[in-house]
Design a protein around this ligand. Structure first.
Ligand SMILES: Nc1ncnc2c1ncn2[C@@H]1O[C@H](COP(=O)(O)OP(=O)(O)OP(=O)(O)O)[C@@H](O)[C@H]1O
Length: 355
């Protein structure tokens, strides 16, 4: 019998966290959990100050899983962070006059994921990249700022309204090791929202400063397509590590991608690089590869603009089905070539000090 994720989670819930008094799942210590044909791996993330005390807990979790019938390998890697968790940010929304881009307490890096044109797969790339960074053991946040079509709740399989216990701060949601907040969770699912400029800016500001993100290595911001108020506000309010521009290879998408890059250049936001999505189509039946939207267009454009080409991601049915099903392909088919394409993008960002 193959072991299911639910059984693994139930087993981990039997292990107590001596620091919080909760079980280790509820205490949020288990990150990047992968269950694959009886082989289990996860990252056991503990506060730096409690590392010595937590090693026996990690060992107990590993032993409990190994005792399950039909188990293959179990790997529980402990990581300890020396920085304390960020205190909740209780600043009122309009505390002081804005003084240019600010660092957000507790968040080491902020990366904007942008596209010139809609529908090129920016949200799919953001969701998979977030999960891939989490799988590398990074503390990842994903802010879905795509006010015109927030899709991260669906892609990450999260629903319900985020809680605000004190009426001032907002508790983010969490799934697949990613801490997530979406403007889509603040509105009714089927209700079209007509945003006006000041509302947009207020909502974005609120998501940056009033959401209790905690300590994060990186926060990805899934932007709406184009070059509008949200992009401007983000670059003006938050100190961005840089922007990643997602494009498909067609000329029309590239033209818009160029406009996006121009905008970030004007705003003084570094361009981390471009990602070509739907680069080649790989048939899910026979594996045949074809270039539906042409191929190499983004590589050429990136070379022309002098920005790195970070990845060429395939067009594959599994990527769409996984994203629509609430568990991105990086989580649902971690060993597939599609997932590995996102994993290597994540590793590259980490190696470059961006992830
Ligand atoms: N590499 C891929 N392979 C297969 N399907 C993909 C791929 N990338 C994106 N898709 C699919 O294309 C559609 C559009 O993707 P997505 O919503 O991520 O685009 P977007 O650029 O964020 O769009 P929007 O303009 O709405 O913000 C989705 O149905 C998604 O599942």
């Amino acid at each position: 019998m193959t072991i299911t994720r639910d059984v693994v989670i139930a087993t981990l819930k039997t292990i107590n966290d001596p620091v919080s008094g909760d079980d280790i799942m509820s205490a949020g210590l288990v990150r990047a959990l992968h269950v694959d044909e009886g082989n289990i791996r996860f990252v056991f993330e503990v506060p730096g100050s409690a590392a010595a005390q937590m090693e026996p807990v990690r060992a107990a979790a590993e032993a409990a899983l190994k005792a399950l019938p039909g188990i293959g390998s179990v790997s529980a890697i402990m990581t300890a962070h020396s920085s304390p968790a960020a205190p909740p940010d209780l600043k009122p929304q309009r505390s002081a006059e804005p003084k240019g881009p600010q660092k957000i307490p507790g968040i080491d890096r902020i990366i904007a994921i942008a596209s010139g044109k809609g529908g090129v797969g920016k949200s799919t790339v953001s969701a998979n990249l977030a999960c891939a960074l989490a799988a590398e053991g990074r503390r990842v946040g994903l802010l879905d700022a795509d006010v015109y079509g927030p899709s991260q709740p669906r892609m990450l399989g999260v629903s319900g309204r985020p809680a605000s216990p004190d009426g001032k701060t907002i508790l983010p949601m969490r799934n697949h090791g990613v801490t997530m907040m979406s403007i889509g969770l603040m509105t009714n699912e089927d209700q079209a929202v007509v945003w006006r400029g000041p509302m947009l800016m207020g909502a974005l500001q609120q998501m940056l400063s009033q959401v209790q993100w905690g300590a994060l290595d990186v926060l990805l911001v899934d932007l709406p397509p184009g070059t509008g108020d949200v992009q401007m506000t983000l670059a003006q309010k938050a100190e961005l590590t840089g922007a990643i521009i997602v494009s498909t290879p067609q000329d029309v998408a590239l033209l818009d991608a160029r406009k996006g890059i121009d905008m970030f250049n004007q705003l003084g936001t570094p361009i981390i690089g471009m990602v070509e999505n739907m680069s080649t189509h790989i048939c899910s039946n026979c594996g045949h590869e074809e270039h539906t939207f042409g191929h190499g267009g983004v590589a050429k454009e990136a070379a022309k603009l002098g920005v790195p080409l970070l990845a060429e991601l395939p067009l594959h049915l599994d990527i769409r089905l996984a994203a629509d099903g609430g568990a991105p392909v990086v989580v649902s088919k971690p060993d597939s070539a599609q997932a590995q394409a996102f994993r290597s993008l994540a590793r590259q960002l980490i190696a470059d000090g961006k992830g």
